[in-house]
Design a protein around this ligand. Structure first.
Ligand code: AMP
Length: 214
């Protein structure tokens, strides 16, 4: 099963992804996480991606598409994948459909998490990420028990450079301009399921489970 998690930055895609990938038994493929892991390891790909990420811009399609094509060719993705943060442009959506068609597959469901922009700014500016497990917390909505330590693994938490106020607005602009057209793209294909992402994580998770079972 190929499932896409679509939605603006801060909509809760990463938060929901773990449970969805477990319940569908498919790997969670987050292009943002892959870029950040590459950056942590100082790879050429990570350093190239950082130039765009720091400005809140999208990494060029060719780079992202190659990365996803490689990832989907791995044995653990043979039965499907949960794509989080990809595709983000119509060119990427077309490339994905070509990659999948070559494997006799297609996108089964595109889950759209909808959250108003004002809420996204508050969510993103207070978000903190664990350097070890990638889990997220929020300084106001879900603070960690110990300051600067992840509740799950004790790892050091930090603020992503692109979650700083100067970059947040450009990421939202990029979403509206370059990614939002995908809503109509997948609606046209009949596989869009819109979910109210402004509810509490548990409520959103339940709505996703229901949408996937339909
Ligand atoms: P995310 O963690 O999904 O918010 O992604 C963080 C950043 O990584 C984005 O703001 C982009 O700069 C880059 N990125 C992640 N996924 C993509 C993609 N599919 N296309 C282009 N850039 C991406």
């Amino acid at each position: 099963m190929i499932v896409i998690l679509l939605g603006p930055p801060g909509a809760g895609k990463g938060t929901q992804a773990e449970a969805i990938s477990k319940s569908l038994n498919v790997p969670h493929v987050s292009t943002g996480d892959i870029f950040r892991a590459n950056l942590e390891h100082g790879t050429a790909l990570g350093l190239e991606a950082k130039k765009f990420m720091d400005r809140g811009e999208l990494v060029p399609d060719a780079l992202v598409v190659k990365l996803v094509a490689d990832r989907l060719s791995k044995p653990d993705a043979a039965s499907g994948a949960l794509l989080d943060g990809f595709p983000r442009t119509t060119a990427q959506a077309q490339a994905l459909s070509d990659i999948l068609a070559a494997q006799g597959k297609k996108v089964d469901v595109c889950l759209l998490l909808e959250v108003p922009d004002a809420d996204l700014v508050a969510r993103l500016s207070g978000r903190r990420i664990c350097r070890s497990c990638g889990g997220s917390s929020h300084v106001v909505y879900s603070p960690t028990k110990k300051e600067n330590a992840c509740d799950k693994c004790g790892g050091e938490i930090y603020q992503r450079d692109d979650d700083k106020p100067a970059t947040i607005q450009s990421r939202l602009d990029v979403y509206h301009k370059q990614t939002k057209p995908l809503v109509e793209w997948y609606r046209g294909q009949g596989n869009l399921r819109a979910i109210d992402g402004s509810a509490a994580p548990g409520v959103v998770g339940a709505a996703i489970t229901k949408a996937l079972s339909e």
